[in-house]
Design a protein. Structure first.
Length: 92
């Protein structure tokens, strides 16, 4: 599913909403999520799951092409943990 598909779903689900308004709503939601994650804060959407920012320390690695040893830099990664409701919905 793409962002355009989500916009179409919102447009079809909410009567009286123009396509532009549906686009603005989806963009606002994604913008709010992105801004919150940039601040390093977690996001919990009840019945859906949690988006969590984790820090990974620098560590040794190897370039698979050349086989030379390198250092993988420190970075932040985004993880998603589905809620129990979501897990149950996917497995039923």
């Amino acid at each position: 599913m793409t962002k355009a598909d989500i916009i179409d779903k919102v447009y079809e689900s909410v009567s009286g909403l123009s396509k532009k308004e549906a686009t603005d709503i989806v963009d606002s939601i994604f913008g709010a999520i992105k801004d919150t994650l940039k601040k390093g804060e977690s996001i919990k959407i009840s019945g859906f799951g949690n988006f969590i920012i984790r820090s990974k320390n620098a560590r040794p690695g190897r370039n698979p092409k050349t086989g030379s040893n390198i250092t993988i830099s420190e970075r932040h990664v985004l993880t998603f943990r589905p809620s129990q409701i979501m897990k149950k919905a996917l497995n039923d």
